[in-house]
Design a protein around this ligand. Sequence first.
Ligand code: HEM
Length: 400
Amino acid sequence: ISRRALIGTAGATGLALGAAGGAVGYAAAPAEATPLTSVGSDRAMFHGKHQPGITDGLQARGHLVAFDLAAGAGRKEAAALLRRWSATAERLMAGEAAPHGDTDVARDAGPSSLTVTFGFGHSFFGRTGLEKQRPTALDPLPAFSSDRLDRSRSDGDLWVQIGANDALVAFHALRAIQKDAGSAARVRWQMNGFNRSPGATAHPMTARNLMGQLDGTRNPKPADADFDRRIFVPASGEPAWMANGSYAVVRRIRMLLDDWEKLSLPAQEAVIGRRKADGAPLSGGGETTPMDLEKADAKGEYVVPLNAHARITRPDQNGGAAMLRRPFSYHDGIDADGTPDAGLLFICWQADPLRGFVPVQRKLDRGDALSKYIRHETSGLFAVPGGAAKGEYVGQRLLE
Ligand code: HEM
């Protein structure tokens, strides 16, 4: 919740900053220290009930990186690695230098809302002899008929999500995390993403994705009565080391933008069931007006089509299944055939994937209106333990 408030202040300051930046360029203002803008000084907390990077506002820059433990590395090495990673994350999130051999890349910047989040994949538990501690919720996701998965960029023993509102701060954290891995683990895959920069819009608003839609409107809100139950493993949950944790499903979803952009605006809006300009349901009102699923036009057709993405993903159409979507967009250049390698690093959080991602993706896999315009290219499922208490490292309750 606090992050939303911070995004609000960043919005105002960001606009002011633009003007100040211009003045500095022309008037050669003295180089004396001025206070950091709120974008730089915004800080997320490392210690807490939950890990950071789950309910925090979307950041402008993100890196997702999966590691596999090195041959011969087991539980002892993994525990030492999580201890190193936690020390680094705590320091960097406070805007301080990394504990060992800092690279100076973020030297002039504040924490910039940096978050670093750690998770464990299914394969981690076999490598460390901890099979008995493996949650059943980490059982591999079912295969979906529309999957086109690159296994070399899927899964992994360990997963790290880095987000920050400054690209150098995010890179700095990524590099520190990678160096900390030392000989214990090697990078399996890495993906880079982005969202809108704080201050780019006149007022805080739901982010747009690369199809141009407002994406995130109907996300569960931390103030909702059932938010914790849907998103976090209860304090008394199983296994005990996952108390207050969450499960992250990570899918690199390519958008087939050449096809999508050929559609007329009404056709694009029918695919989602919401207006592109303001995210309002096609049944009328504004972005947050409840969707009227029954409303019909003069011909008797539903105004929100039966296969519209925003109709069929609703919890009330999926036995209550709900998740918190917290994605980054990505763009990795242009393929040989001229199509953009761009889309969504879809990350969703839930207390149990079988009551979140799985039933909804099963439904989408039968073909919603959006399916023709996207392709799931990679997949990961990670157990993200609760936040570290002071003096503790992330995952300590599993590894000690
Ligand atoms: C809603 C886009 C993939 C689950 C929406 C909305 C948009 C959207 C524009 C409506 C606004 C909102 O409530 O956020 C996309 C795009 C995708 C994608 C562009 C792929 C590139 C997925 C996937 C899932 C999913 C893979 C889960 C399996 C949902 C859910 C909602 C939603 C749960 C909210 C439904 C509600 O509570 O009313 N999506 N989506 N989406 N989407 Fe997606």
